[in-house]
Design a protein around this ligand. Structure first.
Ligand code: NAP
Ligand code: G3H
Length: 480
């Protein structure tokens, strides 16, 4: 699969169906051991102009392609990903230090996502509306509302799911008849180029998907304010999301941003099951998931029991290298480790109890559990994006809801209880995109609506919702 996208360890960008390089490159080192994995082109502003011009032209042809043909290309893409799952998951593991099992499952999930998107896209229709249901109108008007594409979608994905969160933008955008320019995360760009190769191998017409790697400091702002971009579909940090929103010149935006998902544990929770869910939710891929559980709000009466059960589960996590299938692996870079260690230090300085962890070896941070976190500690509010879980003890459900909602973020929350009335009452009061009852927070299954409020994003993803967001209803009214 790899040969056409790489030469002399330099990966190429996809432009108008060809794989091209640039004079400058960026070295991509593995977070596992610092070894050079490859180089990717550092594209510049002139390339942005050229690529977007091509995306614009190609879209005009693509929107005339039948929905059935688009779906068939997506089915083929899914099959190619599955046929090459070993090669792709290997590079993913090396590039972002995601454990082998999760890397394989990211590729498999992406194939499933693409197939489901094709199924959904071919079953989405417009509307046929009569005028006489509105006061004052007879049946003299008929509205035919058809779903039409927006044009060129700029897809920007984050490092933690460079394949899945690129495909979750590309596939629905293509089904809706848009062309896509993919700007992958720099750390993760090689994996994303493999994904793009799969689309090409499936027969996607030239220019309908282009990729542009490069330093966001040199092309980022230029891309997101470019006149040839008709929609920006961004996943990443709240800081970058805010920045893009402030300079994007009224280009419509969809944003999946940061989170501080709370697990609220009530007195009657099943402690063993709750602890399993919380530890898996907090520490898989070392906590580098937007939907990771990033704080526990537990009723004081059962807090000691919960802490014991959490520690018991945490001790079963394997810490080490992704190729050895450890759950807690090196973080994406050394700066991220420094950030997490400083959050822990701040909490300890202010009186938190260290239950376990606070140990670093290179880019590996050992899973860290902190009890008695108080609201003056940064860890109560900041998104660490690392393997640390703060426990905040509360005296009542109302206090849990108040603290949960005080966060600047509003992605997901979990509630652990045996009382369905409590679960629903609390769920109704939480200001988040999704509430999980008796489960960890998580995005999937990927056809469920997925959204964040406040600093966690705007717009709703999820297969059907993503296709709808990247298309619009165009009305033709027949006057009889
Ligand atoms: P990030 O630093 O914000 O980067 C995200 C993407 O934006 C990368 O492709 C990055 O490119 C690009 N970028 C940076 N500055 C840009 C600019 N000025 N213009 C255009 N693009 C720009 O985020 P990350 O560290 O990759 O990902 C972690 C964050 O993403 C966490 O906060 C996490 O919660 C969030 N996230 C949210 C969701 C969700 O669904 N809500 C899902 C996954 C991740 P470079 O890599 O080249 O800088
Ligand atoms: O990092 C953000 C992803 O959208 C989370 O997906 O819950 O399946 O890990 P996940």
């Amino acid at each position: 699969m790899i040969n056409s996208i790489k030469k002399d360890n330099i990966y190429h960008n996809l432009y108008d169906g060809k794989w091209i390089i640039s004079d400058n490159t960026i070295d991509i080192f593995s977070p596992i051991d610092g070894e050079l994995i490859g180089k990717v082109p550092a594209m510049l502003k002139d390339d942005v102009n050229k690529f977007l011009e091509n995306s614009k032209l190609s879209q005009k042809h693509w929107e005339l392609t039948s929905i059935d043909s688009r779906a068939n290309i997506l089915y083929k893409t899914a099959k190619i990903l599955e046929d090459n799952i070993d090669e792709i998951s290997e590079i993913l593991m090396l590039e972002i230090a995601k454990d082998k099992k999760s890397s394989i499952s990211e590729v498999k999930r992406t194939a499933d996502f693409i197939r489901h998107t094709a199924d959904t896209g071919r079953n989405l229709y417009g509307d046929f509306i009569q005028s006489d249901s509105f006061p004052g109108f007879s049946r003299n008007k008929l509205c035919l509302a058809t779903r039409v594409p927006l044009g060129v979608v700029l897809a920007i994905s984050p490092f933690n799911y460079p394949i899945n969160l690129s495909a979750s933008k590309i596939a629905p955008a293509l089904m809706a008849g848009n062309s896509v320019l993919l700007k992958p995360p720099t750390q993760g760009s090689i994996s994303a180029l493999y994904l793009s190769k799969a689309f090409m191998m499936a027969g996607l017409p030239h220019g309908v998907l282009n990729t542009i790697t490069g330093k966001s400091s040199s092309i980022g702002d230029y891309l997101v304010s470019h006149e040839n971009v008709n929609f920006i579909n961004f996943t990443g940090s709240t800081k970058v999301g805010n920045h893009i929103a402030s300079i994007s010149n009224m280009i419509p935006l969809m944003m999946e941003l940061g989170g501080k998902d709370a697990a609220i544990v009530l007195k009657d929770a099943d402690i063993e099951k709750t602890a399993k869910e919380i530890i898996s939710g907090a520490f898989s891929y070392s906590g580098q998931r937007c939907t990771a559980i990033k704080r526990v709000l537990v009723i004081e009466d059962i807090a000691n029991n919960l802490v014991d059960a959490l520690l018991n589960e945490l001790n079963q996590l394997k810490v080490g290298l992704p190729q050895d299938n450890c759950e807690v692996t090196p973080l994406i870079d050394s700066n991220s480790c420094d950030f997490v260690m400083n959050l822990i230090k701040d909490a300890l300085d202010k009186g938190a109890n260290l239950v376990t962890g606070y140990k670093r070896s290179g880019n590996i941070i050992y899973p860290t559990l902190l009890d008695n976190i108080s609201l003056d500690m940064d860890l109560a509010w900041e998104e660490p994006f690392g393997p640390v879980l703060p426990i905040i003890r509360v005296s009542s459900k109302e206090e849990a809801i108040r603290i949960a909602n005080k966060s600047q973020y509003g992605l997901q929350s979990s509630i652990f209880t045996q009382d369905i009335n409590d679960a629903f009452n609390i769920a109704n009061k939480l200001n988040v995109g999704t509430v999980q009852i008796n489960s960890k927070t998580e995005r999937g299954p990927d056809h469920f609506p997925f959204s964040g409020v406040k600093s966690s994003g705007m717009g709703t993803q999820g297969i059907r919702y993503s296709i709808e967001a990247m298309s619009r209803l165009k009305s033709i009214v027949i006057n009889i």
